[in-house]
Design a protein around this ligand. Structure first.
Ligand code: FAD
Length: 395
């Protein structure tokens, strides 16, 4: 028998609606019913202004959103040398700009970097916002943040894209926080809906689902994308655009970060992210010594050796060779996966390769779902066979 606290119960029926077992019913005397009807009538009369308020809020939101126009790409540079990811973003940025009928602009911040505006035009931008001052010579969060926010306040872009690099991740987070908007990191897909909202797709829950994230109540909409995720657009030699020069007053003494010395990393690493041919090995390789076999095949192709996380975690290959969600995203002409099962976290890092060749003795292995060519069998026989076939062809 339920206990009703008569001093608290107002007969709103909420408990009846939320009871998961439909176990509650409520009865009223005719007198109580009359009181409830009167209450409902009063509430309906009072609700009218609330609807108007909602309309007004919606109109204000629509007006705010409409004030923001244009797709911007941050052109990342180090001592005047652009990061390739910026041009990759120009490609997807141009598509977004076309879809919503707006302009594609570049943000160029640095010292002696005007040439990057012209470079941005050749990759599809029609306008470049240039902030060229000595204080921007080296990347530091505070001045770059001030520069970006100055441009955003003044020119109000609706979308800003940055590379998910050390610099881009740092700057995008700082900018989104200061301008109080949303940021989606490491997007793997970008498009727009019919209300000009950016649909930002990225792996979520450890790569087990793809989530599409929107930022429909704030502007600008900000996203970062890792290098090699988007295809490189074609370069249009001689394309021109407008350069908008901006300056801000920044006192070097007020900037807390100082660049004292630049120490170059002299370690010659292997750039798997930029390689055209990758031969990757997984747990199926059984041990570090067997990666020499993959290296031989990679050498024949003029490529490099990559690895799954299992192979890296086992200490068989260094971390900079790892392909996948917590490793590198690669987009080679040919990706050969040897003894790799094809977990989603691996697939997100390589599935956009032009051609995927999978070698696995388990015909049910998920890697075959993304493979252009699948070879079911023992990699210890197949890999040397391919290598010797290539050698014969070359001879
Ligand atoms: P296994 O899954 O063990 O597959 C080994 C395969 O080798 C099997 O399919 C087997 O049939 C085959 N095989 C064995 N012997 C032979 C033989 N002689 N000939 C042919 N085939 C053979 N993984 C990544 O790779 N990159 C990442 O960046 C990454 N990030 C992750 C992030 C998170 C948050 C999580 C949770 C996981 C991540 N993983 C990542 C791990 C991922 O889930 C898998 O565990 C991993 O990719 C499996 O590696 P594997 O395919 O080498 O090993």
């Amino acid at each position: 028998e339920p206990i009703i606290l008569s001093e608290k119960c107002i007969g709103c029926l909420k408990c009846v609606k939320v009871c998961p077992a439909d176990a509650l019913e409520m009865f009223f005397t005719p007198e109580e019913l009359k009181i409830l009807e009167e209450l409902a009538r009063q509430q309906a009369a009072g609700a009218a202004p609330a609807v108007e308020e909602e309309d007004a809020e919606e109109a204000a939101l629509a007006q705010m959103l409409a004030a923001y126009r244009g797709v911007w790409v941050f052109v990342e540079q180090t001592e005047g040398e652009p990061a390739k990811v910026s041009w990759e973003l120009m490609g997807v940025g141009a598509q977004l700009a076309r879809d919503i009928g707006t302009e594609l602009c570049a943000i160029v911040i640095g010292h002696g970097v005007e040439h990057l505006c012209r470079e941005a035009f050749s990759y599809g931008a029609t306008k470049a916002y240039l902030m060229d001052q000595d204080v921007f010579r080296f990347y530091r969060t505070e001045p770059y943040l001030d520069a970006c926010c100055h441009l955003i306040d003044k020119y109000k872009p609706e979308i800003i894209l940055m590379g998910a690099t050390g610099m881009g991740r740092d700057l995008a987070g700082a900018v989104a926080t200061r301008v109080k908007t949303g940021l989606t990191a490491d997007c793997t897909g970008l498009d727009v809906d019919d209300k000009r909202n950016l649909r930002q797709t990225r792996p979520a829950f450890g790569g087990n689902i793809m989530a599409t994230i929107m930022c429909d109540k704030f502007r600008p909409q900000m996203a970062t994308v890792r290098p090699h995720v988007m295809p490189m657009p074609e370069r249009m030699e001689g394309a021109t655009g407008a350069i908008v020069r901006e300056q801000i007053t920044l006192n070097e003494a007020d900037i807390l970060t100082k660049v004292i010395e630049i120490i170059r990393d002299t370690k010659v690493g292997v750039d798997i992210a930029g390689a055209e041919f990758i031969v990757s090995g997984g747990r199926g390789l059984m041990g570090p010594e067997n990666f020499a076999m993959l290296q031989e095949l990679a050498d024949e192709l003029g490529g490099v050796v990559g690895a799954s996380r299992s192979a890296v975690d086992a200490g068989w290959m260094p971390h900079d060779r790892q392909v996948g969600q917590t490793g590198k995203t690669v987009r080679p002409k040919i990706y050969i996966a040897c003894g790799i099962s094809g977990a989603i976290q691996h697939l997100v890092g390589m599935q956009d390769s032009d051609v995927v060749i999978a070698i696995n003795r388990d015909k049910e292995a998920p890697i075959f779902q993304v493979a252009t060519y699948g070879i079911v069998g023992d990699l210890f026989k197949i890999v040397p066979a391919i290598t010797s076939q290539l050698r014969e062809l070359k001879a």
